[in-house]
Design a protein around this ligand. Structure first.
Ligand code: S3P
Length: 172
């Protein structure tokens, strides 16, 4: 693996970006970052707190700074937050500085994977299904706009998904 290459994972909540990203990084001997964790460390507070105090707008400003920093690195695997593509500069930075993998997942599978999550303010409401559907409508074109590869994560183990990603990288 060329250590100047970066791998960026985008896609909705529950697509498996963090689990898949960790294993891709381990397999290739690259450094792994989760942009939400980077934001939490830099802020000294967790994501629900940031949304509570600063609103989504404050969170997006912090996310933008984290993406600016992460996309200047070389040889990293980054799992991004589901809303990262809303900002055009984030889209530009990700597409220009690495291979972008869009991990997609159905709304039903998202619901199954996230029903116990307490760390995702956007779905701490009574209607997570409607929320996932709305976010899908709004964001799917943005994911597609910058994805170099799109991978379905509804079926198969993390290992199988990672193998598919490695094949894509080798085909480059
Ligand atoms: C968000 C997704 C979350 C996190 C924040 C907002 C979104 O990340 O960044 O709660 O807008 O879809 P994950 O996709 O890792 O859950």
């Amino acid at each position: 693996m060329n250590h100047t290459v970066n791998i960026f994972l985008i896609g909705p909540m529950g697509a498996g970006k963090t689990s898949v990203g960790k294993l891709v990084a381990k397999t290739l001997g690259l450094e792994f970052f989760d942009s939400d964790s980077v934001i939490e460390e830099l802020t000294g507070a967790n994501i629900p707190w940031i949304f509570d105090i600063e609103g989504e707008e404050g969170f997006r400003a912090r996310e933008k700074r984290a993406i600016d920093w992460l996309t200047k690195k070389k040889g990293v695997v980054v799992a991004t937050g589901g809303g990262v593509v809303l900002n055009p500069e984030n889209r530009k930075n990700l597409a220009a500085n690495g291979l972008v993998f869009y991990l997609n997942v159905s709304v039903d599978e998202q619901l199954r994977r996230t029903y116990r999550s307490r760390n995702r303010p956007l779905i701490l409401n009574q209607k997570p299904k409607e929320t996932f559907e709305r976010l899908h409508q709004e964001r799917e074109p943005l994911y597609r706009e910058i994805a170099h590869f799109t991978i379905d994560t509804n079926h198969g183990s993390i290992k199988t998904i990672v193998d598919t990603i490695l094949q894509c990288i080798n085909s480059e």
